[in-house]
Write a protein that binds this ligand. Structure first.
Ligand SMILES: NC(=O)c1ccc[n+]([C@@H]2O[C@H](COP(=O)([O-])OP(=O)(O)OC[C@H]3O[C@@H](n4cnc5c(N)ncnc54)[C@H](OP(=O)(O)O)[C@@H]3O)[C@@H](O)[C@H]2O)c1
Length: 337
């Protein structure tokens, strides 16, 4: 079968196609024909050798994929041939708190991922797909959606009537917008583009701020919340946004630290946290239990994720370049045939 492989040594950039032969599944292994793979910012970092925890030897890239079970090992109990499944981000983090052990094996980083025509995974690394989702839609669940779920409802503990600030209109933030609105949460959203903000409002964003036109956007967030600040910020910006995100949170509020699309870094003045009793919470995607809870919520609320653009398997390089351009709104997906 045809696969992509990525070399992840420092300074290497490489996304090449290769042929691989898969052995029949044994024990708890499940053989999956992959139909769609969703890209994340992390996949760009991995391709450019900038990601911690990557494997030294070439791995199959991408954590997020959806496909159909075509064979199972003799000890498999969770799935049967024909089932529709999606991968979990961590091979071993099933439930409970993260540990160094259960978060060591990330798909598409430390161990093989999904950008291949077929993969063999342990049954514990797979979850059933919500029935109303297509392959392309389901492929977006494992990383961006679980991260948004964890930040909003696990670490962020949001409930109906609370408010959240979402930065930019990439995969995590648009998933967070859809989940937050379905849960009755008030959303303030930023973007560099008025056109994208218009789309965010059409998806339910209650208020929007263009961070290019309003560089001190935290002042606008405070104005919109009558000086109080938001209950939670999903901080995906990094060094260009961190200080403003902290300033946007209310007294006793939480800043969920997720990423660094403007560069990893930034400084937090401890006094601003102490004086207003704010909480900083690091988010590390989430467990398989969170993926299952998310999938139930997505089914109950009939949510269809926002897919910006779909590329073919042979266009993986173009898909990566498109994600890197930042022109997207929501998710970029590769269809695998
Ligand atoms: N901790 C975790 O578990 C975890 C999980 C998933 C992702 N992440 C991280 O979270 C970040 C977002 O991931 P993603 O997959 O959603 O990325 P993505 O889809 O590539 O999002 C890119 C978007 O970020 C926005 N952006 C760029 N610069 C910005 C700035 N200065 N201020 C505000 N927004 C800005 C842009 O939105 P506009 O065009 O609207 O301006 C851009 O389209 C990445 O750093 C990723 O590594 C972490």
């Amino acid at each position: 079968m045809q696969t992509y492989l990525i070399k992840t040594e420092p300074h290497s950039t490489g996304l090449g196609q290769a042929q691989r032969k898969l052995d029949a599944p044994v024990g708890h292994e499940v053989h999956v024909r992959v139909h769609a793979v969703a890209l994340n910012f992390r996949d760009l970092m991995l391709a450019e050798g900038q990601y911690r925890g990557a494997h030294d030897s070439p791995v199959i890239p991408c954590s997020d994929g959806a496909g159909e079970v075509i064979a199972i090992g003799p000890q498999v109990t969770r799935f049967k041939v024909g089932d529709r499944v999606v991968s979990a981000f961590f091979a071993d983090w099933i439930s409970g708190a993260p540990t160094p052990q259960n978060t060591a094996n990330t798909l598409g980083g430390a161990v093989d991922g999904l950008l291949a025509q077929e993969v063999v995974l342990h049954e514990q690394t797979l979850v059933a797909i919500p029935a109303h989702l297509s392959w392309i839609e389901a492929a977006t669940l494992p990383c961006a959606a679980v991260t948004a779920w964890n930040a909003l409802f696990v670490e962020g503990r949001l409930k109906a009537g609370d408010n959240v600030l979402l930065l930019g209109t990439g995969g995590v933030s648009i998933w967070a917008l859809q989940l937050a609105k379905a849960a009755g949460v008030h959303v303030i959203m930023t973007s560099s583009s008025d056109e994208k903000l218009q789309r965010a409002r059409s998806l339910g964003a209650n208020a929007t701020v263009n961070y290019k036109h309003t560089p001190e956007w935290q002042d606008e967030v405070l104005r919109l919340t009558k000086g109080r600040g938001v209950d939670l910020v999903l901080e995906v910006g990094g060094q260009g946004t961190l200080t403003r995100s902290v300033a946007s949170a209310r007294m006793g509020g939480t800043v969920a630290i997720i990423g660094g699309v403007s560069g990893f870094g930034g400084e937090i003045d401890p006094v601003t946290l102490i004086g207003s009793a704010k909480r900083i919470a690091g988010i590390l995607v989430g467990s398989r239990d969170m993926l299952e809870a998310l999938s139930s919520f997505v089914s109950e609320n009939a949510i269809h994720p926002v897919i910006d653009r779909v590329f073919s398997f042979d266009q993986a390089h173009e898909a990566y370049a498109y994600l890197k351009s930042g022109s997207h709104f929501g998710k970029v997906v590769i269809e695998v045939q």
